[in-house]
Design a protein around this ligand. Structure first.
Ligand code: SF4
Ligand code: SF4
Length: 438
């Protein structure tokens, strides 16, 4: 099926933290560091209860398969290896560490003895791997594996700064507050991949970031440039982003590298720079804490493994009865039932919303064939047909209409006047088709 990427929707922005400086979260009393925070196999723990660990110390390692190691985000004592179900129903093990508040760094965290400009591609990729860097936009694909698979295959590097969901401003603030680290990290990625240039892709509602990066690129980073793209949802989806800049279409089931592109998050680029120049593992990240229940919404710099509850407390607590706790944005984020769920490498936002801020679901009505979902779909599907066939249990017809190509952006459900839960129907069709294939 041909994809033309005409769809997308304009969402209400609700970016309460757009103008607030990022604040460092006070060191938490206890962290819960999941051994699985990435796509691939979970790590094997290298520590046991009673062990003392240093900040940045390796505490979980992967075997030969896909994965990224994990490190202690604070110094202290391991009190437990806790196994639990996360919000997606997956069994995960957390390394629970009690803080000694000494903040003692591991010996491996020290400045590089040679300048990064002299490093080979293999050495840069190895440093990224050892630092446990996984995509910080939410998907958490191990970055060294993405770099390795792109080597010799891609001609275009894009830095995805299109933070297109309402509320989330973590990357926008990073670009404004620490642009040099992002730019230097992107220069390293360009070098490591043997490319001659890289492009920051920024939505046109972030004009201050566009202007700042253009000035800095012109002054000191001639190999880097900035592309401003239209503000719409889901512009941050890799397929949309690549098409917006290169006009290359990513066929279903293919990876960006298959069409010559590789895409990284700006926070990932910054983490790569810190890993190479300072041996710094990925042990902290910026998280947007927002929603109408939060007293003082903020962007916080948070140690990995900090419970969500600590972040909300650092924002002054709640001022309304919460109805939903969401990890991520309101369109593609995951609803949480446990306020003590820990921040992971892929957690870009935590939202606490009241009943006033969430649309009450009064039940599904009959489709009125208005076609709005068709116009909104960025994958140029016919979501109304997929939903209708799925309702009848006719999954093969849903597949014919492209159910497997759906990126689950939720634009169709958002815009549907009949409140048809279209994404849920698409997911049901996908699951049924996958089970049939297995
Ligand atoms: S959720 Fe899927 S079907 Fe609906 S608009 Fe997004 S890509 Fe299209
Ligand atoms: S938007 Fe809703 S009502 Fe309109 S065609 Fe699509 S499913 Fe039907």
């Amino acid at each position: 099926m041909k994809q033309t990427f005409r769809g997308g929707v304009r969402l209400n922005e609700h970016k309460n933290t757009d103008h607030c400086m990022t604040v460092r979260l006070p060191s938490p009393k206890r962290v819960y560091i999941p051994l699985s925070q990435h796509i691939g196999a979970p790590c094997t723990p290298l520590v046991k209860p009673g062990d003392h660990v240093l900040r940045g110390q390796l505490i979980g390692e992967v075997g030969t398969g896909l994965g990224a190691p994990v490190h202690a985000s604070i110094s202290g004592t391991v009190v437990e290896l806790r196994t639990r179900h996360n919000a997606l129903g997956t069994v995960v093990t957390d390394v629970v560490i009690d803080n000694d508040f000494l903040d003692t760094p591991a010996e491996t965290m020290h400045p590089a003895s040679t300048p990064p400009e002299t490093w080979t591609s293999e050495k840069i990729i190895a440093a990224v791997r050892d630092a446990g860097i996984a995509g910080m936009g939410g998907a958490s694909f191990p970055t060294h594996a993405k770099m390795t698979s792109a080597l010799g295959k891609v001609d275009t590097l894009l830095i995805n700064c299109a933070e297109c969901e309402p509320y989330i401003t973590a990357n926008h603030r990073l670009l404004l507050e620490d642009p040099m680290t992002v730019l230097r990290g992107t220069r390293l990625l360009v070098r490591a991949l043997g490319l001659s240039s890289g492009t920051f892709v920024i939505e046109d509602n972030k004009q201050n970031a566009i202007d700042l990066l253009r000035i800095l690129c012109d002054a000191s980073f001639p190999e880097l440039k900035v592309a401003a793209v239209r503000t719409k949802y889901p512009q941050g989806d890799e397929r949309q982003l690549i098409y917006a800049v290169t006009k290359r279409e990513l066929p279903s089931g293919k990876l960006p590298a298959d069409i010559g592109c590789v895409v990284f998050n700006p926070a990932t680029a910054a983490a790569a720079y810190r890993a190479v120049t300072g041996g710094m593992p990925l042990i902290a990240r910026i998280v947007t804490v927002d929603g109408d229940c939060v007293k003082e919404p903020k962007n916080l710099l948070v140690p990995i493994g900090t419970p969500f509850r600590d972040l909300v407390d650092a924002c002054g607590g709640l001022i309304k009865e919460p109805k939903s706790l969401i990890s991520g944005g309101p369109m593609m984020g995951a609803a949480q039932w446990n306020p003590d769920e820990p921040v992971t490498k892929g957690t870009n936002a935590i939202l606490v919303l009241s009943a006033d801020a969430t649309k009450p679901y009064a039940g599904e009505h009959e489709c009125i064939r208005c076609g709005r979902c068709v116009g909104a779909c960025p994958m140029h599907l016919m979501p109304n047909y997929i939903a209708a066939y799925t309702k009848r249990g006719d999954y093969e017809s849903a597949k014919e209409y492209g159910a497997m190509n759906c990126v689950e952006c939720g634009s169709c459900s958002y815009i549907c006047p009949a409140d048809v839960p279209i994404v849920q129907y698409v997911r049901r069709a996908k699951n049924a088709l996958r089970q049939k294939k297995a």
